[in-house]
Write a protein that binds this ligand. Structure first.
Ligand SMILES: [Mn+2]
Length: 320
């Protein structure tokens, strides 16, 4: 699908819903809020926004985020158009999935290479550093304006999905487009402070606890942390407080692969994986998950300790 169909698809819709993925991050939320502004400013149309789980407190600065609703708060059940942003697979919509399925037209804006183009209109580019970049390119191709509020959302997507412009997906193009967003009004130091220096105190303390109790295997090439519900209770942790721990483990010089396993219930464990070398999206794929080469996730239908053994087995199959 070429970008021109973006304009036509929006213009032909009387009601629009924008969807973000469960356990929302800076890319899905920044892109969702930016798209809300783009539709408002360029088409004079209103779009509803929906999220699942908890919006991390640090993202409360995003213009428009206060208008995002939970699926249960959405009154319109049949939208003309539903737009998924940064959603690798439909199951990442969880409770909002029926709203997407019921929509007359489904649009898919994403950058995950595992995305199977599940929409009627697909803007999926595995080479983009974030879903925000795909959206940025759509605005350029269609001569749409990017105001300050739009720029803040898009810049947040670029910043957070590149790990603060540090990951392998950071290119000259990434920085040029980010610079353009600064010209449009995004304030880089302010957004960095919101994203990286505004964590809840108990979140930082939970991270410290996890790092002290981290485990290491295969000459320290594998670093991992197990987080039980008891740990979460101890720090009065919200679900999103575990974000970032898996990256902290990868920060060590010796680490090739890191993972965090989080207890959901006695038979379900959530896994996040990061890597410097091996393809962890393939490892996550063994358990029905997916993601990117160096960042992936999955859910394992096993108790925490058994999930740990299975994960170590799979990683050792591919780690030299
Ligand atoms: Mn993303």
């Amino acid at each position: 699908m070429d970008s021109k169909s973006f304009k036509e698809t929006i213009e032909n819709a009387g009601s629009i819903l924008i969807l973000s993925h469960v356990n929302p991050d800076g890319d899905t939320l920044g892109s969702m809020c930016a798209l809300y502004q783009i539709i408002k400013n360029n088409f004079n149309l209103h779009a509803d926004m929906v999220y699942n789980g908890i919006i991390p407190e640090i993202y409360n600065f995003l213009p428009g985020i206060d208008k995002a609703k939970k699926p249960s708060e959405i009154e319109n059940k049949t939208y003309d158009l539903a737009i998924a942003v940064d959603i690798a697979a439909k199951d990442r919509m969880t409770d909002a999935l029926p709203l997407f399925e019921n929509a007359k037209v489904k649009m898919n804006i994403d950058h995950h290479k595992t995305n199977i183009n599940y929409g009627d209109v697909n803007f999926v580019r595995g080479d983009a550093c974030c879903a925000g970049e795909v959206l940025f390119d759509i605005t350029k191709d269609n001569n749409l304006t990017i105001d300050k509020n739009t720029a803040i959302g898009l810049y947040t997507a670029f910043l957070t999905d590149t790990g603060g412009f540090r990951y392998e997906n950071t290119t000259a193009v990434t920085l040029k487009k980010s610079a353009e967003l600064i010209d449009c009004g995004a304030n880089p130091s302010e957004i960095s402070r919101y994203c990286y220096e505004s964590k809840p105190r108990n979140m930082v303390l939970l991270h410290a606890h996890c790092m002290v109790n981290a485990k290491f295997e295969n000459d320290n090439k594998i670093a991992y942390v197990l987080i039980s519900n008891k740990d979460m209770e101890k720090f009065h942790a919200k679900n999103d407080y575990t974000e970032g721990i898996v990256e902290e483990l990868r920060r060590m010089a010796t680490t090739e692969v890191s993972f965090v396993l989080k207890e959901v219930d006695e038979n379900t464990t959530k896994a996040s994986l990061r890597s410097k070398s091996i393809d962890v999206s393939a490892v996550a794929g063994v358990f029905g998950g997916g993601g990117h080469t160096f960042a992936a996730g999955c859910t394992i239908r096993k108790p925490l300790n058994i999930a740990k053994d299975k994960m170590l087995d799979e990683i050792r199959k591919v780690l030299k």
